[in-house]
Ligand binder design. Sequence first.
Ligand code: ZN
Ligand code: ZN
Length: 343
Amino acid sequence: VNRIERLAAGLERPLLVSKGVNVTYLTGGFRSSNVALLVDPSGAATLYTDFRYAESARAVAGVEFVQTRRDVIGGLAELLAGRSVAVEAPHLSWAAVEALRAGGVEVAASAGLVEALRALKEPAEIEAIRAACALSDLVYGDLTEKRLDGRTEQEIAWFVERRFRERGADALAFPSIVASGVNGALPHASPQPVEIPAGTLVTVDMGCVVDGYCSDCTRTFATGPLPDRLTEAYAVCLQAQLDGLAAVRAGAPAAEVDAASRVAVAAAGLTDAYGHGLGHGVGQEVHEAPTMRPESEDVLAVGNVVSVEPGIYLPGLGGVRIEDLVVVTATGCDVLTGFGKLL
Ligand code: ZN
Ligand code: ZN
């Protein structure tokens, strides 16, 4: 059963898929910045895009192609007049919904249907993510051939970007984070033109894209002997990360896996220093379903690819985050990121 048929099987009315990455997924690789795919409960699907993408749209198997004007939604408001469709509420703008309604289309909200399919990776998808993770292991090896202190955060970020491309990555999955010293207390710090000091922690969070799929991995390095509080923070974060990994398995509520990673942190009195969720799904997007955080209602399933990434952030001192990417299995998980985690 192909992806469109799997989606169609759960539909009560036609679904207008307008998020580009969801269309790419359902069509097995078609990319357009201006696109919609109407999937009928019968399994029939119609692909709408403009002239610029028409040639490649015609080559997509298993869908009917209809060329629209540049304003795809405006075109659909006419083409679908009198019909009732569900739309992807988190991704379609208010203006687009109003345009569809003005044209006489009955619109109902839906959410997460394609994302739920995307969360269950097929073997080929897992292999692409595995390849992207293997490149990140290699780039961490390249990066740590030389000392980090004395180089700037921005130099490190550029080194990472260049090495990813030289080793065969198609692109970065996201702008690399290189956060040293007090910057390390900011979970999403952007690299600064400042020399990395000796005797502190440096958090490097990076990922690349291979065959359309992302990797995501964080390691934290020491640039010499550390203040005791940072040594302790690293040890606590590593324990939290190992506890999180040990809790991952199919059938586990994501909130419980998240909770497992907080036990060691609470015991160390650092609860408030770990202010984000344990992890997130990774695939064509670097953040996708499922999510592992205290309020998550997701339940892990075989074939999910999730990050496991607790962090401890100590304002004015520094921070640590350790992140692996794993495939969820029936009994646990298969860790895709292999670079060492000893400080
Ligand atoms: Zn990351
Ligand atoms: Zn991540």
